[in-house]
Design a protein around this ligand. Sequence first.
Ligand code: ADP
Length: 418
Amino acid sequence: MTPRATRVLVLNSGSSSVKYQLLDMADSSRLAVGLVERIGEESSRLVHTPLVSGPGGKRERTGGIADHTAALEAVAAELAHDGLGLDSPELAAIGHRVVHGGLKFSAPTVVDDAVLAEIERLVPVAPLHNPANLTGIRTAQRLRPDLPQVAVFDTAFHTTMPEHAARYAIDTATADAHRIRRYGFHGTSHAYVSRRTAELLGKDPSEVNVIVLHLGNGASASAVEGGRCVDTSMGLTPLEGLVMGTRSGDIDPAVTFHLKRVAGMSVDEIDELLNKKSGLVGLCGDNDMREIRRRVEEGDERARLAFDVYIHRLKKYIGAYTAVLGRVDAVAFTAGVGENAAAVREAAVAGLENLGLAVDAERNTVRSDEPRVISPDGARVVVAVVPTDEELEIARQTFALVERTDDDASPALRTSIA
Ligand code: ADP
């Protein structure tokens, strides 16, 4: 008997890297995880960790990975070595993280030529990410042409934002001609974390309003009402919103005119300044919150100011989204900083007792990989730490789609393109 196909390979293809995980959706377990980095360089490297029982742990190989095709072939060879090859009948689909899905993709979508063309059409609004994501999909298609390739979009969860939250107050004709609006990113994480938070509260997602604070190197907040996103802090690009590791977040757009006209910077230089040399790194030279906290403890003034600017912005968004939602049931911290930095969580809600927010000092310092409540018993708003898992969410959405497509054999389900 042919085994049931329950495995999903999740690929996150960047311009010079591919991160991957193979999961078995029968029990949501991980079978292998790995990373190919510096693709095309002499120092290219693959690190592969099989998680199935058997001999051997992490394996590495260096050099000789010239392009994405070579990268995926190397990944396929490592998986085959562990008896998990891409030719296995147990592999149900490959799920791809795609950063920008514009307005057309509000759900995970089985890739066909029309879908590829639409992702390509969105390259001008995601010039760094979508081309790499497309390369990953095309390479995977060549390796397994018969297998469903599913695109899971970072923007999809935010397509429920009402028009008044998504629109910039600029000339409508110009905005429409160039598809300028707020799209939001990190949607897979906001979807996963808001659902897990509802579970933590013992409620259905439709019953709860949650503010999700995804604080990694990139950072974004979202207001989720009854399971649907109604506002998020990133916009046309991931530059808007919170102070991030290297991005400024919200800024007066006239700063850019000033930098061009008065400082004589080119548009590319301004782009680089705001995306790569701003945020925490711009304020104090470090973007790692661990290092910043260490410096703050030592009395470093620049690190203190960077921390305070970061927290001030975070508080403003908590306040804004409390107003947007009207009633807040939970605030969930997630991603590298949100899951690990107790000092950030404490500072972010300090003084917000009038909004029903507080953290219990002891609960806040507990370290765990599990979702957990850190507010005191009886608090009006539950403050929680809810570890994100974007790969599991991509695998879950991918598997749900191909399972449904198999059962229904309905061409309408093959794509959700509007
Ligand atoms: P991304 O996926 O955006 O690259 P992550 O969600 O992995 O980012 O978060 C990375 C960030 O998490 C690091 O830059 C660091 O600032 C922060 N971080 C990780 N561990 C800790 C920790 N123990 N304490 C404070 N911050 C941490």
